[in-house]
Design a protein around this ligand. Structure first.
Ligand code: MCA
Ligand code: AMP
Length: 508
């Protein structure tokens, strides 16, 4: 079998001189390409020494660090399946992911070892390691005893490389199974489409537990042998300060909004930059325009999903067209995008419908959910994105909404059904509805509207406090109102559009 391991392709793109800098961190640490090669070998040897069954999942919930990225690369290198988890997830959420994915190895922070290991051992996980963002923990300690030479595990393009959990409309998260072929084909297409060149330097300021920071950004830099300037946490002033040394930046719209609030963001400071890319949530046209005025750069907006990695992109090269604010550009080479109406037929050009996609980037299915997988694919094998949009006569795709009930807040997805479930389980609650309303920083945030059981006094603040003890912080509604009734249609269904309309001015 020929090797389609994504790691092999990334490794082959390392520069000739392995002693040059591959990553420079905001804490002034420098990692060479040789460091990446050796550390991923040691970690891969540690994983192999555990004698895990083929296809084992390595679940990781740690703070962002270069070592955490190396663990991802080592997992690929050893041929196992990487399962990244948002650091905001709390015990009930982690219990679900570990119970569902049954990872052979769990890596967590030292601080969380007590409760995470308890959950993991209960679920049958045999190995729990710790990894902290100051290069301490049992994982690195154990890896240090292993050889720094390792033969990359041979993988087929169809073999699993990662499982990325994405919330479901019913409230239960689904693990999107991504293969080596999905990830590599997408990374190669983006390398060409975004015109990566020798000498490019990427500012990496996104979390590495979701597709944007983990795949799009890291693969982009590595596949081009490009250095990364690495921020453990997004810091607008710090990013602006490093722009004169960099050429490429990737962010969710909130990052652009926060940098625009900095007087230090000028044309001069951004002069060396080649490309600013935005995605994961809609970029407001105001942000797009203001960025152009302030920096002289036109943000390139693209669109993707955990299930598909990147789908469409505004053009990089002016000969292919202009970057149009408010649109997500053209289908990437090799990706099919079509818009279907309620009757399942293709709509005329420019008309709105459900966005369906196909291509080598489209995932293999949801982990252990064949029914769900079948539901999301059409009879002719296209994946239903749950996004609603149109394609104009020039081929630009515009997303106008979502058929899935989803709130995207600062680039993180919040599924109302999940949050409503927790609120409904609280004593004294009869019913609740969570809606997304505009927010100047996060783009959109959740607002909860709750009805109490007859005669029970309820307090919105107390509901939010209780939720905070259970769920990841970004899922907590920013406001919670207790009301007498919810607006309903003639079928008795809550009219969320009316609630959205009612609260749309809450945050100015
Ligand atoms: C933090 N908070 C939030 C969010 N982040 N509230 C709503 N939405 C959020 N996204 C709240 C916390 O609950 C907390 O509230 C307070 O803000 C401070 O938390 P902290 O963690 O310190 O916030 P921060 O560091 O300022 O984080 C904001 C952020 C972060 C940098 C914008 O959310 C972020 O990195 N977002 C990027 C997400 C991303 O990478 N998405 C890509 C998904 P309290 O104080 O009340 O507790 S991949 C994807 O979507 C697809 C495939 C694609 O197309 O890319
Ligand atoms: P997830 O699978 O959790 O990463 O979220 C994917 C969803 O994010 C997509 O289905 C879209 O609804 C949304 N999304 C990603 N990029 C964009 C964009 N540029 N504009 C609007 N929505 C986007």
């Amino acid at each position: 079998m020929s090797d389609s391991n994504l790691f092999s392709a990334l490794r082959a793109a390392f520069p000739q001189d392995l002693d040059t800098a591959a990553v420079e961190t905001d804490a002034d640490m420098v990692y060479s390409w040789r460091d990446l090669d050796r550390a991923t070998a040691m970690l891969a040897n540690l994983l192999r020494a555990l004698n895990l069954p083929e296809g084992s999942r390595i679940a990781v919930q740690v703070e962002k660090s270069v070592e955490a990225m190396m663990l991802y690369l080592a997992t690929l290198r050893a041929g196992y399946v990487f399962l990244p988890l948002n650091t905001a997830y709390q015990s009930v959420e982690i219990e679900y992911f570990i119970g569902n994915a049954e990872p052979a190895v769990v890596v967590c922070t030292g601080k969380n070892f007590g409760w995470v290991s308890k959950i993991a051992f209960k679920a049958g996980t045999r190995h729990v390691f710790t990894l902290d963002d100051d290069r301490t923990g049992s994982l690195l300690e154990r890896a240090s005893h292993h050889s720094d030479r390792h033969e990359v595990a041979v993988k087929a393009a169809d073999d699993l490389a990662a499982i990325v959990y994405t919330s479901g409309t019913t409230g239960r998260s689904k693990g999107a199974m991504l293969t080596h072929g999905n990830l590599l084909s997408n990374a190669q297409v983006l390398k060409d489409y975004w015109g990566w060149v020798s000498g490019d330097v990427l500012i990496h300021a996104l979390p590495i537990f979701h597709v944007h920071g983990l795949f799009v950004a890291i693969h982009g830099a590595l596949l081009n042998g490009s250095k990364m300037i690495w921020f453990g946490k997004f810091d607008p002033k710090g990013v602006i300060r490093r722009m004169p040394e960099a050429t490429v930046f990737m962010g969710v719209p909130t990052l652009y909004v926060r940098m625009l609030a900095e007087p230090g963001l000028t044309r001069d400071v951004a002069r060396h930059m080649r490309l600013f890319i935005s995605g994961s949530a809609p970029l407001l046209i105001e942000t797009f325009n203001e960025w152009q005025t302030r920096t002289g750069h036109t943000i390139l907006e693209r669109y993707g999903m955990s299930e598909t990695i990147m789908l469409t992109s505004n053009p990089y090269d002016a000969k292919d067209g202009e970057r149009r604010g408010g649109t997500v550009g053209f289908p990437l080479p090799g990706v099919g995008v079509r818009v279907r109406g309620e009757d399942g037929r293709e709509v005329p050009t420019g008309e709105i419908g459900d966005i369906q996609v196909t291509g080598p980037n489209v995932f293999k299915g949801y982990w252990r959910m064949p029914e769900k997988t079948r539901e999301e694919f059409t009879d002719d094998g296209w994946f239903n994105t749950g996004d609603v949009g149109r394609i104009d006569e020039r081929g630009y795709v515009t997303i106008v909404g979502r058929s899935k009930d989803l709130i995207i807040s600062g680039g993180y997805n919040v599924y109302p059904a999940e949050v409503e479930g927790y609120i409904n389980d609280m004593p004294g609650v009869a019913e609740s509805a969570l809606v997304g309303v505009p927010h100047p920083d996060f783009g959109e945030v959740g607002v909860a509207v709750v009805i109490a059981k007859p005669g029970v006094p309820l307090d919105g603040e107390a509901i939010m406090a209780r939720l905070k003890a259970q769920l990841a912080n970004f899922k907590i509604p920013k406001r919670c109102f207790v009301v007498k009734e919810l607006p309903r249609n003639s079928m008795g269904k809550v009219q969320k559009n009316l609630l959205r309309e009612q609260h749309k001015q809450l945050f100015g």
